[in-house]
Ligand binder design. Structure first.
Ligand SMILES: Cc1ncc(COP(=O)(O)O)c(C=O)c1O
Length: 416
């Protein structure tokens, strides 16, 4: 069923009307017949993502500000963040969790610079962040035994090409294309290489097969609605073994160092961070974990995100101008939901005009305080990206969809 403003818009396009009548109808269409209800929150950014429902800065009152992070109170908060991450993600007992500088990027770089070079590496990329890790490994670390396994936006590379004798670096969920790996079945149990997984837009919203992942990274600013600045690195025993038995030939800045004299710096995994963390961010992360517990822990978080994707799936199914950028249904991300505009009028535009039209669609919703930050990533195909992670309410996505239709019709009338 088309909503009334869409019907009116279609009616308007089908008629040749005197200017005055047209202007009146336009006024009705644009001002009176706007969808009735706005989302309660317009926050649909893919990072930093919306804070959890009910968040207020008051929840951070007990942060031990002005105290040393190495004092008992600071250390205990950091340790609590580590222990509760371990428990909530259901990590195997012998896996380690560390809080490191530089958000997810810091955690990934630390892994690449500390672990690679021991053997050849397969670098998988299907969007901007994965491509960035390839650049690091080829242009900065200048490793010579690198195989690039890549795919264009919307697709996944052939996962069967990954060689279990080599290391592999990949992104679980490609945030800028909305394409995720559907599972870890392609990772060999008896692999000789390490799997290094950037899971920043997957952790807490997708089931991760921990026995298949040797190094996993993420940041707090995504699914759980925490703050940027700190990264989490999760290490399997095999990753620790590599760290303790392999020394890369290049210099390692202090900020990346996980070992000292060939031994893991175990304090990092008990709350003795490499350098000074923000205790405000730590408190905020603990608040996010409290909320996560209140919605059913990991499975509750995953369900909230799956429900969010369902709302968008239902809308896409009945909407003629839009589709997922992800080509294969099992790979459609439930967090960074990327959409392409498939309407004839849009497809007929030049690349520059497509970019302008998609930007316009996002910006008019921003101006109406309906949805902020839903334009596609700067390197991705022109379209929309709507966050459906666990802090987003399905009811807000429900309320957003008539507005998306409205905005589409507005932009089409400008560009057609
Ligand atoms: C897949 C992926 N990797 C890395 C990053 C960088 O994360 P951060 O800014 O937290 O370092 C992002 C951020 O969106 C991402 O989506």
């Amino acid at each position: 069923m088309l909503d009334f403003s869409r019907k009116l818009s279609i009616f308007r396009r089908g008629l040749t009307l005197p200017n005055e009548v047209s202007a009146i109808l336009e006024g009705i269409g644009e001002n009176i017949m706007l969808p009735e209800k706005k989302p309660a929150s317009p926050l649909f950014s893919s990072g930093p993502c919306a804070k959890r429902p009910g968040w207020t800065v008051k929840n951070l009152e007990n942060a031990p500000l002005g105290r040393s992070h190495r004092a008992a109170i600071g250390k205990s908060r950091l340790k609590e963040a580590i222990d509760r991450t371990h428990a909530m993600l259901g990590l195997p007992e012998d896996y380690l969790v560390g809080i490191v500088p530089g958000s997810d990027t810091g955690a990934v770089e630390m892994a690449l610079w500390s672990l690679l070079g021991d053997r050849g590496v397969d670098m998988m990329a299907w969007e901007s962040f994965g491509s960035g890790w390839i650049t690091d490994v080829t242009k900065q670390l200048k490793l010579d035994d690198v195989r690039k396994i890549e795919a264009p936006y919307g697709e996944l590379p052939d996962l069967s090409l990954v060689d279990a004798a080599r290391d592999v670096v990949f992104t679980w969920n490609g945030t800028t294309s909305g394409v995720k790996v559907p599972n870890g079945d392609w990772i060999a149990d008896n692999r000789a290489g390490l799997t290094i997984c950037d899971a920043t837009s997957a952790a807490f919203a997708m089931d991760l097969p921990w026995d298949k992942l040797d190094v996993t990274t993420f940041s707090w600013q995504k699914v759980i609605g925490g703050e940027g600045a700190h990264g989490i690195i999760v290490l399997s025993p095999r990753a620790v073994e590599r760290l303790e038995n392999y020394t890369p030939p290049w210099p390692l800045p202090k900020i990346f160092r996980l070992t000292k004299n060939g031994k893991l710096i175990s304090g990092i995994f008990k709350g003795a961070t490499i350098n000074t963390p923000s205790m405000l961010c730590v408190e905020d992360y603990l608040d996010a974990l409290n909320w996560a517990d209140s919605v059913g822990g990991l499975q509750g978080l995953i369900k909230r995100s799956a429900d969010n994707l369902d709302v968008l799936k239902n809308w896409v199914k009945k909407t003629d101008w839009v589709d997922f950028l992800a080509v294969v249904p099992q790979t459609v991300s439930n967090t960074s939901v990327c959409l392409k505009i498939t309407a004839d009028w849009f497809v007929a535009l030049s690349d520059d005009d497509q970019t302008a039209a998609a930007k316009k669609l996002a910006s008019i919703l921003d101006e109406k305080d309906v949805a902020y930050d839903i334009g596609s990533y700067r390197d991705a195909p022109a379209g929309l990206r709507i966050w459906g992670g666990s802090t987003i309410e399905a009811s807000d996505l429900e309320a957003l969809t008539p507005w998306l239709n409205w905005a589409h019709d507005e932009v089409r009338n400008t560009f057609k």
